[in-house]
Design a protein around this ligand. Structure first.
Ligand code: KG4
Ligand code: ZN
Length: 344
């Protein structure tokens, strides 16, 4: 049969960019949520020596990488820019200089091809990773997002957004794991390293505090946990702390997951949710994934967990969210700006 290529208009695939932190990402996704390509260029090796993301270094690398990443996404997706129907990009929250690189590039591509543009909220993107094919989740559902910059519980009633039920009052869950990894002399980003090391350790070896345990809200707190680990490492002494790294990692991870599960269980109870989804980089964590699965099994809830690579930052989730938002025609989007934080 003759290949007619993608159909015209809104039936055409979306091209999305994501540069809110230290990954330069571009993806091509169909309006039905099938991923045609999903390119992620991680800058982790450039930031590792600093033990965290250096905003200026991130912006500079985004600038160097973004065009090649977009070209790869189009090539891997088997489409040219002239076959794209809509362009989308993360507009915030995140590192402002990093966001501006992806947003400006996406606006320029949309303007050059006279395509409509969709600005996407990064956290809506993490929620929308759950709408990608195969097996997208249908609202209403309860969603836990835990990443390096954010930790929140949301009630999702429609695919165009979410309602906040609770959030961290200080550090994010991923930030706590990254800081713990640094204290234990592990690499950056630390969450995946802790996950790996924790498998060889005893989660009951050390007792770390579970933040906001006695608090009725659906908010989280992780800063006390980090301080507790710093004291434990100091009391053990450097040599002993290194020897017992696996136990420390397992116990610390247990406390982070306990904190997340405590509020998640409470939210299931208070909302009467029948469906649950998780997202964000920490949703790649093996202990969290199995604990959430066990909860859903016990309570008879439907569960959606994206594969690990769609939990950490990617542009497919941004394209996915854009499918449910209003596309702004050229040239109205040209003045759109990035934002580092959402207005309170
Ligand atoms: O969603 P994400 O890629 O970027 C942000 O929006 O922040 O999340 C990154 C965070 C980092 O803190 C990283 O350590 C954590 O996700 N992370 C993990 C795992 N993989 C990444 N945390 C726990 N276990 C993992 N396997
Ligand atoms: Zn993220």
């Amino acid at each position: 049969m003759e290949d007619l290529g993608p159909p015209a208009g809104p039936e055409r695939p979306l091209l999305a960019l994501e540069t809110s932190c230290d990954d330069t990402c571009a993806a091509v996704v169909t309006p039905a949520g099938e991923i045609l390509s999903d390119v992620v260029s991680s800058q982790a090796r450039f930031h590792e020596r600093y033990g965290g993301v250096v905003p200026e270094v991130a912006s500079r690398h985004h600038l160097e990488l973004v065009n090649a990443v977009v070209e790869d996404a189009l090539a891997e997706g088997g489409v040219g820019l002239d076959e794209i129907g809509t362009v989308a990009a993360t507009s915030g929250p995140g590192l402002i200089g990093a966001l501006l690189v992806g947003l400006s590039t996406a606006k320029a591509l949309a303007a050059a091809a006279r395509l409509p543009f969709v600005p996407v909220d990064h956290l809506h993107g993490h929620v929308a990773a759950n709408y990608l094919a195969p097996d997208p989740i249908e609202p209403p559902f309860l969603c836990l997002i835990a990443s390096g910059g954010h930790t929140l519980l949301a009630s999702v009633e429609e695919r165009s957004g979410y309602r906040l039920l609770g959030a961290t009052r200080d550090d994010a869950a991923g930030e706590a794991l990254d800081k713990a990894a640094r204290l234990l002399g592990l690499g950056y980003p630390g969450g995946a390293e802790i996950d790996r090391l924790a498998r060889a350790g005893d989660p009951g070896a050390f007792e770390f505090p579970v933040g906001m345990r006695g608090d009725d809200s659906l908010d989280f707190s992780f800063s006390g946990l980090k301080t507790a680990l710093a004291y434990t490492v100091r009391d053990l002494g450097e040599g002993e702390a290194i020897d017992r790294r696996a136990d420390l990692a397992a116990s610390f991870q247990r406390a982070v997951v306990d904190s997340l599960m405590l509020k998640l269980e409470r939210a299931v109870e208070s909302t009467g949710a029948a469906r649950l989804a998780i997202g964000g980089g920490v949703a790649a964590n093996s202990e969290l994934r199995s604990r959430v699965a066990a909860l859903c099994e016990l309570e008879g809830l439907d569960l959606k967990i994206p594969p690990p690579r769609l939990c950490t930052d990617n542009a497919a989730m941004i394209a996915s969210a854009a499918r449910f938002l209003e596309a702004v025609p050229y040239p109205r989007f040209l003045g759109f700006d990035a934002f580092a934080r959402r207005a309170a």
